[in-house]
Design a protein around this ligand. Structure first.
Ligand code: SF4
Length: 135
């Protein structure tokens, strides 16, 4: 099986704070399969570490008010193009992220409050018919 996975779940230090979300269950699940590691925020040209961002009124904005919508959408588009080329059987993404969250994401208030709805990459992949789940 070919599986696309959020890079931070695999232990890559691509998270906004320079850390990762290494997930042993995910690592066990993907062992022996073909893994495609993606970090849409890095692919979109953002540095690590970076100021955290949330979706505010439909646009991705950093905590200090910078509009990073273009970078986030570019990373999402690049993930979609990679998925179209590679045709993964399954995509496993990091929960709650403004890029990778599938069911929920932070609500744009920067208070740690969650709201229903996907991040920009998950949304694009789902809309294009890929099988996307959260870790
Ligand atoms: S964009 Fe996705 S893969 Fe990259 S650090 Fe955030 S949650 Fe992880």
């Amino acid at each position: 099986m070919k599986i696309m996975v959020s890079a931070c779940l695999l232990g890559e230090n691509c998270k906004y704070n320079g850390g990762n979300n290494r997930n042993e269950s995910v690592l066990r699940f993907v062992a022996g399969h073909e893994v495609i590691s993606v970090c849409p925020e890095v692919m979109g040209g953002l540095p690590t570490p970076r100021v955290p961002a949330e979706i505010v009124a439909g646009r991705v904005t950093t905590r200090d008010g910078r509009d990073v919508n273009r970078e986030f959408r570019s990373g999402a588009q690049q993930c979609l193009e990679l998925a179209r080329r590679e045709q993964p059987d399954l995509i496993i993404l990091q929960p709650r992220s403004p890029s990778c969250g599938v069911k929920q994401r932070y609500d744009g208030s920067f208070t740690g409050t969650l709201t229903e709805g996907p991040g920009v990459t998950a949304e694009l992949l789902l809309r294009n018919g890929f099988r996307v789940i959260e870790a």
